[in-house]
Design a binder for this molecule. Structure first.
Ligand code: GLY
Length: 351
């Protein structure tokens, strides 16, 4: 069966896990399987995954607590320990069944265990289906900085099964939709026009948004797998968004990743030069329609700025953000000052 997307190194299959997976796995020669879940995906996705793939329910694995708070070295140690306990050899396959945290951290553990075993991504959230599962970025957070320690290594395959979206609460879907908006703005004006016309996210057929969104991600990572240039555009909204997400992570009201990115995209678009020709007005109305308003207090600015100093795009001491423009697949890099951050957040607060 032909994959939905064939990248240089690996296939991405969208839908029909039942057909795609057994077909793919029988052509491989893995010695063992090891599955990584979190407490949610173990409860809601493991059985459908096993039913769909025919894999043995007794296969070894590890279940970790759910959430970004646990995407750290301590959880990695737990995962590596479970891999050693299961006696995994280097011909084994690690299966990451979960959202972005499982994919990034499970991939990181697999890519470093005994200097690397193969892994597949089986994303279970809209966010990981459209963004995190493809492109080989693997990482964990370190000292409160998102994705501070990691590497690039591609999965052996990605299996996107939209049935898992039925398990998600509305907030999680809205969060993932942030990346769909980002991809539309980067490379797909037709997808953008569909998003502009959406009145509500209730009753949306997410399957319709998956392929066009993944297609943008695939085109960018195939052109620039190691983020030497164009791939930075996938960071649109993330310079400010990641800082907001980290800032709120340990408060009583954390922001979901896509919620933070939605605010980040508006702030960064507000700072964009006119020549970038961004559709900022439409972006603002989309974000206002689908995301709750969050007022960021002025007192947060020093810590946000501090967090932004760690952004991986920074060079020569400058905080750098990445913007698309009206021409699909174009990257603008722009340096930010503390005053820019303050001004853009003030604008966002007033919307
Ligand atoms: N999520 C951004 C990237 O894959 O580059």
């Amino acid at each position: 069966m032909k994959p939905t997307f064939q990248l240089r190194d690996y296939p991405i299959f969208v839908g029909d896990l039942l057909d795609f997976f057994p077909n793919w796995i029988q052509k491989q020669a893995y010695s063992q399987y090891f599955i990584i879940t979190d407490e949610h995906t173990r409860r809601q996705c493991l059985q459908p995954f096993l039913d769909g793939t025919g894999l043995d329910s007794d296969m070894p694995g590890v279940t970790i607590p759910a959430g970004e708070r646990f995407k750290n070295m301590a959880t990695c140690e737990q995962i590596w320990q479970a891999m050693f306990d299961a006696g995994l050899d280097r011909e084994a396959l690690v299966i990451n069944l979960g959202g972005g945290v499982i994919g990034d951290m499970g991939g990181f553990c697999a890519a470093t265990y005994k200097r690397g075993v193969d892994f597949i991504q089986v994303p279970t959230t809209l966010l990981s289906m459209t963004d995190a599962a493809a492109g080989g970025k693997l990482a964990v957070d370190f000292q409160g900085i998102k994705n501070a320690v990691g590497l690039f290594k591609n999965p052996a395959a990605v299996f996107v099964e939209p049935v898992f979206l039925d398990t998600l609460p509305a907030r999680e879907l809205r969060s993932g939709f942030g990346e769909v908006i980002k991809h539309a703005m980067i490379g797909d004006p037709a997808l953008w026009d569909r998003i502009v016309k959406l009145d509500s996210l209730d009753g949306v057929n997410w399957f319709d948004f998956l392929n066009p969104s993944i297609a943008v991600k695939v085109k960018v990572v195939e052109e620039d797998p190691l983020e030497k240039g164009l791939r930075a555009v996938l960071n649109f909204g993330h310079t400010i968004g990641h800082a907001l997400e980290s800032y709120y992570l340990h408060t009583a009201s954390p922001l979901a990743h896509g919620e933070a990115v939605a605010i980040g995209m508006v702030c960064e678009a507000e700072l964009a030069p006119k020549k970038a020709k961004l559709r900022t007005g439409e972006l603002i109305s989309i974000v206002q329609r689908f995301y709750p308003h969050r007022v960021v207090p002025e007192s947060a600015l020093p810590e946000l700025w501090n967090l932004m100093q760690q952004d991986k795009k920074n060079a020569a001491g400058a905080v750098r953000m990445a913007l698309p423009d009206a021409e699909p697949y174009t990257l603008h890099l722009m340096d930010l000052t503390y005053e820019d951050l303050a001004r853009s957040l003030m604008v966002c607060n007033m919307l």
